[in-house]
Design a protein around this ligand. Structure first.
Ligand code: SAM
Length: 250
């Protein structure tokens, strides 16, 4: 599927699912709390923050705004941005593409992006954009679905096998998904679209190491039993963790 179609899918189809799912299916998870704490630990009080792919702003941006930070957010979906504005009048939310952030260089104290990097067709470009709009000394934080984790890799392979039938059947499935969402009848077959792509952590570390905008960075892993985050220095252990969090200092 061409990248432009992947973005269209996220904007027009996935957004309808996420309008309901974030609140009703996931809620404010322990992992979200840990991510909020991490953003706060990396930024000063009343910091100017940007959430890339903010969704409805619930729960992370809302929490950080209530904690006194000046929160901005962008998302590719107009429907999610509209809901974000309704829920969080204090957040400056606008429609935008993570690959082309409409902000000047060095605008923010910290820029973060959670639960979303696997939807971007060009993650290195998004990382560069997040670094560009962060001030010197500020922080960029994001998590990845770890493609080197065996279960994540197997899941991805399974999804690819389901997608492989060819372009024609895939387009039919995608059209059916759109119809189901629009008519609110039946469950869409999300696996028909290759919209969710886990990330090779080594590629991210290489990218950050080579970036002239990065002073240093660390990698944290999510503990699957209590959702706590711990720094990992031995990158050979990457395959043990389904979810990794990168914190880069500009
Ligand atoms: C799983 S949701 C996560 C939303 C939010 N970060 C949260 O934690 O609730 C993924 C979000 O990525 C957004 N998204 C996908 N591709 C995007 C892009 N290219 N630019 C901006 N937002 C994008 C979707 O619209 C959706 O809101």
């Amino acid at each position: 599927m061409a990248d432009v179609d992947r973005k269209t899918f996220m904007r027009d189809v996935y957004a309808d699912y996420w309008l309901q799912a974030r609140d009703k299916k996931y809620g404010f998870m322990d992992y979200d709390r840990r991510l909020c704490e991490l953003v706060e630990s990396e930024s000063k009080p009343e910091a100017r923050l940007l959430e890339v792919a903010i969704g409805t702003g619930y729960p992370i941006a809302g929490f950080l705004a209530r904690a006194g930070h000046k929160v901005h957010g962008i998302d590719i979906s107009p429907a999610l941005i509209e809901r974000c504005r309704e829920l969080n009048p204090g957040i400056e939310a606008s429609v935008g593409d993570a690959e082309n952030l409409a902000f000047d260089d060095g605008t923010f104290d910290a820029v973060y992006c959670f639960h979303s990097t696997w939807y971007f067709p060009d993650l290195p470009r998004v990382i560069d954009e997040m670094l560009r709009v962060t001030r010197e000394g500020g922080a960029v934080l994001f998590d990845i679905q770890n493609r080197s984790h065996p279960a994540i890799a197997a899941d991805y392979e399974r999804r690819l096998r389901q997608i492989r039938p060819g372009v024609g059947p895939r387009l039919v499935l995608q059209a059916r998904n759109v119809a189901k969402v629009v008519l609110r009848r039946g469950n869409p077959n999300w696996h028909a679209v290759n919209y969710e792509v886990p990330t090779d952590p080594q590629a991210v570390t290489d990218h950050l190491r080579q970036s002239p905008a990065v002073q240093n960075f660390s990698v944290l892993a999510r503990n699957e039993s209590d959702q706590s985050l711990a720094r990992i220095d031995d990158h050979c252990t990457f395959p043990h963790y389904p979810r990794l969090i990168f914190v880069a200092r500009r």
